[in-house]
Design a binder for this molecule. Structure first.
Ligand code: GDD
Ligand code: MN
Length: 360
């Protein structure tokens, strides 16, 4: 029998949900030739150990264990690219999506749709599983922004539950950003033409085991994905994030300096304290946001901080040197200052990326 469906399940710390997931798929997909691939980012709870344990006795179950990487979208992409089936479905590994809808979704795609998307917001759907009123509000705002940016009328563009033909996925794969957690949006935006999408209602279930990985920082990354699309990829997203963090750093620097001079420090002292604190804040923000996928932890974070401060110190020297030289030539203070700062931030970005966070 031809392999009809690969179900891709991104998971992080979902150990307790693996066995129930396999059982639920087994029940929902009877009569179909299917496989499931769990893509785990080396969860400390042993998710991949559990998945591989089940896989030993069940050839329909596979597991990809990724080391040194994090990210829902990139996990989904790798799982999908490992498939040889006719169709690919993506579903959360925490049982919040309704796997019993999969045959209906498959039917919709076989019937001519480019993609079937599980939706909580069409007749018969339900988002009861959202854990708090804040999540409901965030979800609604996100949907509105996403609809505006993508020009789609998809009622649930943030859905992580969908199904499409593998050949379509393979075509789009090279154009995905792979960042953040909105893989569906990424796919829709990567398509050269507008996709024919069939929305299948489902009821979003509450989580019973494990916890959600969605937090404010993940949402900030989502804003970044939309910004990247708006700029059509002309400026690297990471650079924008780095530069914005830099702006925050300047504000922190000024604020600390003002407070320190109030408390009686002389200007030189106040500026030194301000600079050091700003660098620490910048390192932390960059580590959490700009380089989230390569986040440094423990001893490596301390070493990274030291290196970051040296890099930025050199950047500041270059910044001031260039600004002074230009000012001496043309006497334009704003232009000279801005040019110096621009060279500084590009230097900081390039060297931080390669040395501190080691992006290849
Ligand atoms: N491999 C991998 N790496 N998996 C991850 C990562 C990661 O960095 N982060 C999260 N996951 C997995 C989780 O283990 C889970 O199976 C799935 O991705 C969704 O993560 P949750 O943390 O449960 O997300 P949620 O319930 O808050 O978000 C839901 O709502 C969004 C729409 O607002 C999910 O349904 C999302 O798919 C959906 O986009
Ligand atoms: Mn969830």
């Amino acid at each position: 029998m031809t392999l009809a469906l690969t179900v891709v399940v991104p998971c992080y710390n979902e150990r307790a949900n693996i066995a129930p997931m396999v059982a639920a798929l087994d029940k929902a997909l009877t009569g179909l030739s299917w496989e499931v691939v769990f893509v785990d980012d080396d969860s400390p709870d042993g998710t991949s150990v559990e998945a591989k344990c089940i896989a030993q006795d069940d050839p329909r179950v596979r597991c990809i264990r990724r080391i040194g990487r994090r990210g829902l979208s990139s996990a989904v992409i790798e799982g999908a690219l490992s498939s040889a089936a006719e169709h690919i479905a993506v579903i959360d590994g925490d049982m919040q999506h309704d796997e019993t809808r999969l045959p209906l979704m498959l039917q919709a795609v076989r019937g001519g749709a480019d993609m079937a998307v599980g939706s909580r917001h069409v007749e018969g759907g339900d988002s009861a599983g959202l854990s708090s009123p804040l999540r409901v509000k965030l979800s609604q705002t996100g949907i509105r922004v996403a609809q505006a940016v993508t020009h789609t009328h998809l009622s649930d563009p943030m859905s992580g539950f969908f199904l499409l033909r593998r050949d379509l996925f393979e075509v789009l794969a090279g154009r995905l950003t792979g960042q953040g957690f909105k893989i569906l949006l990424d796919l829709i935006l990567a398509a050269p033409r507008s996709l024919k999408i069939s929305e299948i209602p489902y009821k979003f279930r509450p989580r019973t085991a494990g916890e959600s990985k969605l937090d404010v920082l993940v949402l900030a990354q989502f804003a970044g994905l939309l910004l990247d699309k708006a700029l059509r990829g002309t400026v690297p997203l990471r650079f924008i994030s780095f530069a914005l963090v830099g702006v925050v750093g300047v504000l922190v620097n000024i604020l600390v300096m003002l407070v320190a001079t109030r408390l009686g420090d002389d200007f030189g002292q106040a500026q030194t304290i301000g600079t050091i604190i700003a660098m620490m804040v910048n390192f932390q923000l960059n580590n959490q946001l700009t380089y989230r996928a390569q986040r440094l932890k423990g001893a490596k974070a301390w070493r990274g901080l030291a290196l970051f401060m040296i890099v930025c110190g050199l950047g500041a020297i270059a910044n001031i040197g260039i600004a002074k030289a230009l000012y001496a030539e043309n006497g334009l203070s704003l232009f000279s200052g801005a040019a110096g700062a621009a060279v500084g931030v590009v230097w900081n970005y390039a060297v931080s990326s390669t040395l501190v966070w080691r992006i290849r």
